[in-house]
Write a protein that binds this ligand. Sequence first.
Ligand SMILES: [Zn+2]
Length: 373
Amino acid sequence: MKKKLVTLLIMISCLGMLLANLTIQIKGEAKPQTLKETTFSSLNYVDLEDFSTIFKAISKQDRSDNRLYLNLYDEQFIFLEDSPYYTLKAVSYNMNYPLFRKGERLYLPSIFVTEHLRTHFPAAIQRKGNTFQIAKPIDNRLKTIVLDPGHGGKDPGAIGKKLKANEKDINLAVALKLKNLLEKELGVNVLLTREDDRFVSLYERTRFANEKRADLFISLHSNSSKTMVSRGIETYYLSTAQTSDARAVEALENAVVERFEGGSEAKKKYDDLSFILSDLAQTEHLENSNNLAVSIQQNLIAGTQGIDRGVKQANFYVLRGAFMPSVLIEMGFINNPEEEQLLVNEEYRERLARTIFEGIKRFKFRYDRIRNT
Ligand SMILES: [Zn+2]
C-alpha cells in the first residue's frame, strides 16, 4: 500500500513536470519559446538559468549571505535562498513558497514568472492562458569587444634587440587571431581600433570603444625593459595606485603621447582629460576590470607556461576614459632575445590568442550568467 502510494506520488509529480511548461512569446519573434517547469515537493519551479536565457536576465549570487540579485527590464530583484520573499525598489513581496537551491542550481518559484512579473511589468508582460507575451528583453549580455593592437604606423612601439621585430606587428597579428576566435567561437561582435599598420592616437582608441558601446576594451602590447633579462607576461587594469615596476611600463606605453602625438602639449591634454574622466569612467568598472585581468592572466600563464608577472594596476593613458571594463596585456618582452623569438613565431602567436580567448570566455560566462562575489 505504502509502495503504491509512493509510486503514485512519483507518477503525479512526473506528470506535473511533463505537463507544466510555460510558453513565452517574445514580441517581434516568429517562434515562441518553452520555459520548462519542474516540481519540488509538489511546488512548481523554473530553472534560473533557463529563465535567464529567455528573459536575458543577469543574475549575481552572493554565497556569503545567500542572496540572489536578478536584473531584468532594467530593474533589480533581490531574493534570499529558502525564503519566499524578495524585494524590488525596497518593497518586499511574498511568493508563498521559497527560492530553492539544488546543488549548484537555483530554482525560481513559477508563481514569480506567472503572476508577479506581470504586476511589476504590466506593459511588458501579458498572459493568455499558459502563453506569456513579453516585450523584447533588454539584452545586457556581453556582445561587443574592442581589441586594441597597441602602437602602429609611425609608432613602432618597442623594438626587438635580436630580430628587430616591431611591437606594433606582434600586437596586430595576435589581435587578428583573437578577433577570429571570439567571433567564431563566442559569437560576439569584435571591433579593432586598427586593422592594419596605421597610427591611431590613444584618445581615438577609447573614443572608438565608447562610440561603439563596447562591453570590453582589451589593449594588446609587448613589453620592453632596460635589461635584457626581464621576461614574462603581465596584465594591467587602470589605477592611479601603482608599484615602481608598473610605473616603468606605464611610462613606456604613455611615451607614445609625447613622441607621436605632439609633445608635452598633448600630454597635458591627456592629463586634464584624465582628471575629469578616469575616475568617472573606470571606477564603476574596477571590479570587472580586475576580474577580466585575472581571468586572462591565469589562462595566459597556464596555456603558454610563461613567467607569471601577475595582474597589476597602472595609469595608462589608453585605458583612461573607457566607459567599460578595460585591460592592457603585456604579452612578453620583445627586448629579451628568447621571448622575441617566441613573439615572432606564428604558432606561439596562435597560442597567445587562444589563451587570451579562454580568459575572455570564462569572464564572459560569469558576466552573462552568475557572477559570484
Ligand atoms: Zn606597447
